[in-house]
Design a protein around this ligand. Structure first.
Ligand code: NAD
Ligand code: UDP
Length: 334
């Protein structure tokens, strides 16, 4: 598992270990701390073997593939801050595109051709219709981060065409939020959070004064942006299902991982206030550049093919995000 010490990776470690898989984590810790893996060990009671390495380091990756009987790879490693990607496009294309190419090259050398890739609903841009199905047009991405995800999808799809032995799942995540129910692992933004749920959590816990709501003039239920928030443990379990499904399927296959239902910013604020019993003061500001009004998935393909369906609602997402935030108000210790 590349990027396994990160937010989604650490939760997927728990889901995989509990499903009986053996894992090896590769992470350069550029956006995470090794404490997350110690916490995964505390939750599961199992060891998490891991190596600090960069996926772009082909020599190091070859060493790992030589030393371990790898059967498949879940590839989370990459950079994900949309705003930063506009300022540092080369850094983003290198980490996300060159990193994904280096990984696939080494996998090919070692005859490992089962690969699950973290893509994003951002590849759909501003959808013409809702809910969003996997066959909707892609490409109207508004930033280098989104383009890097689309490029990797295309590269991996070409690879699967060139060599029929590849078994690839391209998972388009909607908005992952929440934390493991234990409160031991969760999202730990290193800076001021860009995303809604961690920002709200930090307001509720008193680390920030108030939330800024970006836009109240969208054509939505209350004028604020609508997104398909998905509990990170549901997402983690989606990876376990995708791995199992790939055992019997060749080619490259796209799946939306979302709940199929959207919530507005103000609906999330209200749900969080209820879950935490704390007020979340907010003020409106103009729309954020690049944002769209509403994004939510048609989640039927994953349900029918992978036999996976998100089961945790917005209450559980807020409760678990709050539990993590309260237990770890400053995130993981160094
Ligand atoms: P994260 O930053 O918490 O995790 C990514 C991990 O990859 C980190 O531990 C980081 O240290 C590691 N990493 C980064 N570059 C690396 C490299 N070159 N070599 C080795 N390790 C490297 O992010 P996350 O939220 O867990 O996201 C995981 C994946 O899912 C990313 O590819 C992200 O783009 C994608 N994704 C995330 C979201 C989201 O909202 N969180 C949505 C859609 C897609
Ligand atoms: N948002 C907001 N204030 C914030 C962060 C986000 O109003 O501080 C809104 C944003 O405009 C969008 C929704 O919350 O409508 C989800 O944003 P996030 O950045 O979490 O995810 P995105 O869908 O943009 O990837």
């Amino acid at each position: 598992m590349t990027g396994g010490a990160g937010y989604i990776g650490s939760h997927t470690c728990v889901a995989l270990l509990q499903a009986g898989y053996e894992i090896l984590v590769v992470d350069n810790l550029s956006n995470s701390k090794k404490e997350s893996l110690l916490r995964v060990e505390a939750i599961t009671g199992k060891k998490v073997p891991w190596v600090q390495a960069d996926v772009r380091n082909r020599g190091k990756m070859r060493e790992l593939f030589s030393a371990h009987p790898v059967e498949g790879v879940i590839h989370f490693a990459g950079l994900k801050a949309v705003g930063e990607s506009v300022e540092k496009p080369l850094r983003y294309y290198d980490a996300n595109v060159a990193g994904s190419m280096a990984l696939a090259e080494v996998m090919q050398e070692f005859g490992v051709r089962l690969l699950v890739f973290s893509s994003s609903a951002t590849v759909y841009g501003d959808p013409a219709m809702l809910p969003i199905r996997e066959d909707f047009p892609v490409g109207a991405t508004t930033n280098p981060y989104g383009r890097s995800k689309l490029m990797v999808e295309q590269i991996y799809t070409d690879l699967a065409v060139s060599d029929k032995a590849w078994q690839i799942a391209l998972l388009r995540y909607f908005n992952p939020v929440g934390a493991h129910g234990s409160g031991l692992i969760g999202e730990d933004p290193s800076d001021i959070p860009n995303n809604l749920m961690p920002y709200i959590s930090q307001v509720a816990v008193g680390r920030r004064e108030r939330l800024t709501v970006f836009g109240n003039d969208y054509p939505t239920v209350d004028g604020t942006g609508v997104r398909d928030y998905i509990h990170v443990m549901d997402l983690a379990e989606g990876h376990v299902k995708a791995l199992a499904w790939l055992q019997n399927h060749t080619g490259a296959h796209v799946f939306n991982l979302g709940t199929g239902r959207g919530y507005s910013v103000l609906e999330v604020v209200k749900a969080f206030e209820t879950a935490s019993g704390r007020p979340v003061p907010y003020r409106f500001s103009p729309r954020r550049a690049g944002d769209v009004a509403a994004v939510y998935a048609d989640a039927m393909k994953a349900e029918q093919e992978l036999k996976w369906k998100a089961s945790r609602g917005i209450e559980a997402m807020c409760r678990d995000a709050w539990n993590w935030q309260q237990q770890n108000p400053m995130g993981y210790p160094d």
